[in-house]
Ligand binder design. Structure first.
Ligand SMILES: C[S@@+](CC[C@H](N)C(=O)[O-])C[C@H]1O[C@@H](n2cnc3c(N)ncnc32)[C@H](O)[C@@H]1O
Length: 275
């Protein structure tokens, strides 16, 4: 329901309207069937995605505060691109979850007919898909960027490296701080170790690595969102979400020390380790 309402532009139309709109106006505004739109809007109301008020026997629909802030494209904290990416890509991969659990691997071949030996060739299987994924990735930082970047005092590290090129093969520049946000969760332990060892070798003495990921509780009993992300990593990548001690083991075997982690209380958490 959420995906369809986003895809149809219902939240955008309501965000730009001077006030709540009747079904006919919404259906005409987004080019949809009246009767079908009425059902979608009513489901959105029950899901607390929309408000409804009745005047003169007619229902008028508007955005809830949450929809206004996160679901309309004109909002600076919009999450629309991520929702569209989830609707068009992630959701389809989840349809093969049972098979992913049987095989222990992602479902690009079954879902989209593309082999996933080279993971990001499958993820970026068309230019449109690459652009959609990039736009989607950016959005979360409008909500969660501040909490991960203020988790530690980063003023000690003047030269920061955002890894580009092919980080498994290309030369990595020397820097005081390397930020790996949502990178390690794409990869199995062996590939993570390979990358972390490369980062360690390039890192200046006294420098650090900042890993930004959604951390599982040490006993793996939660948070539910992170457990679901970990299943998402199964259907879409070669990786998983990890506990702090799992990250500690990976980082310390690459040479890093002084491991610290901070749970931010939001989706993504932060880990800092020093060379
Ligand atoms: C889940 S995204 C995270 C992107 C960004 N750090 C963020 O948090 O928004 C993983 C990123 O890793 C990049 N990537 C995958 N393989 C790579 C490689 N071999 N070298 C460099 N970047 C790579 C992808 O292009 C993608 O942008």
């Amino acid at each position: 329901v959420l995906f369809a309402a986003c895809e149809l532009g219902v939240f955008d139309l309501l965000a730009e309207a001077p006030g709540p709109l009747a079904v006919a106006a919404v259906a005409a505004g987004v080019g949809a069937s009246y009767h079908a739109m009425e059902r979608l809007l009513d489901a959105c109301v029950s899901l607390k995605l929309l408000t409804v008020e009745t005047r003169g026997g007619q229902a008028f629909y508007g955005n809830t505060e949450m929809s206004r802030v996160y679901l309309s494209r004109i909002s600076p904290t919009s999450q629309c691109s991520m929702l569209l990416y989830m609707a068009r890509t992630t959701y389809h991969c989840w349809g093969h979850l049972a098979q992913a659990v049987r095989e222990g691997k992602n479902q690009y071949l079954q879902t989209f007919g593309v082999p996933a030996e080279d993971l990001f060739t499958a993820i970026y299987r068309s230019e449109g898909e690459r652009v959609q994924f990039m736009q989607a990735l950016r959005e979360v930082w409008s909500m969660n960027g501040r909490s991960v970047l203020t988790a530690f005092d980063l003023s000690l590290f003047p030269l920061v490296c955002d890894l580009g090129g092919d980080f498994f093969k290309d030369h990595l520049p020397e820097a005081d701080l390397y930020i790996l946000a949502r990178i390690l969760h794409d990869w199995a332990d062996g590939r993570c170790s390979q990358l972390l060892e490369r980062v360690y070798r390039s890192c200046k003495p006294g420098g650090a690595i900042l890993v930004i990921e959604s951390l599982l509780d040490e006993d793996r009993r939660g948070p539910l969102l992170t457990q679901l992300y970990s299943l998402n990593m199964l259907v879409q990548t070669e990786g998983q979400e990890r506990t702090p001690s799992h990250f500690h083991a990976l980082l310390s075997s690459a040479g890093f020390r002084d491991f610290q982690f901070k749970k931010t209380g939001a989706i993504y958490d932060a880990i800092l380790a020093r060379k």
